[in-house]
Ligand binder design. Sequence first.
Ligand code: C5P
Length: 250
Amino acid sequence: MTENTVEFGGQQLTRGDLLYEGKAKQVFATNDPSIIWMHYMDQVTALNGKVKEEYSGKGELNSSISNLLFTYLSNQGLQHHWLGSISATDELVKKVDIIPLEVVTRNYTAGHFVSRFGVEPMQQLSPRVQELYYKSDELDDPFMNDSQAVSLHFASEADLKTVYGLADQVNELLVALFNKIDITLIDYKLEFGRLADGQIILADELSPDNMRLVDQKTGKSLDKDVFRQKQGDLRVGYQDVLQRLQDALK
Ligand code: C5P
C-alpha cells in the first residue's frame, strides 16, 4: 500500500475526496463507488466537540478494537459495513446511506439516563433500554421518538423494527463477549445505513469512544468517560480493552 492506494480483493483502490470529517474519523470516497475509505484520527472530543484533544495512537487503538468487534459480529452471522483493515488506522467499508439516527442501547443506568431521570448510576436495566437520537451536531443530537423519526421520513416503521432488531442482536453478542473478558457493557451508540438495494446494515465504528465499558473487578471505566471526567489518559483503558479482546478472540 502507498499512502493513497491499496490492493484489496484483487482490486486497486485509490483514496479519493474527503466526504465527511467526524469527531474522530475521516471518510473518503474511493475509485469504487461501493467502497468507502475510513481513517481513524487521534482526536478525542467531549460535549459534542466542544472539548477536543489529541492522543497519539488513539486512532490505532480504536481502529483495532473496531476491527476485532466487527470481525466477531460477522463470525456470528451479523451483517455490517466493515470490509477489512488496510493499515493500523485505515479500513475499507461498504458504502451505505447513513440513517441520521443514533441508536443507543442501555444495559445499566449511566450518563444522560442518570441526569435525565434522576436515578442511581449502575442499576441494571431489564429489559435493556433502546433510544433514538437525531444525528445533528448543530442541535447537539436531540432525543427523538419513533413517530418523530417516521414522520420526518428518516425511517419507516418497518425500518425502525429492523434497526431495533439488529441492535438487540448486537447487544446479545457484545454483552456475551465483554462478560467473557470481565467487562460490563453499560451502554453504547450504534449507527445504521442502507445499501444500494435498500438493505439496512450496521455501520460506523465499535469502540470505547462510543461505549461505556466498566472493569468488573475494579469498577474502573475503560472508555471515553475517563476523558469526559478528566480522570487521566484514556489510552490506558482502551489498550486494556484491546488486549483482552485479542486474548479472547485469538
Ligand atoms: O451521553 P449518553 O449517556 O446518552 O450516552 C449513551 C452512550 O452512547 C454512551 O456510551 C456514549 O458514549 C454513546 N454516545 C455516542 N455518541 C453520541 C451520544 C452518545 O457514542 N453522540
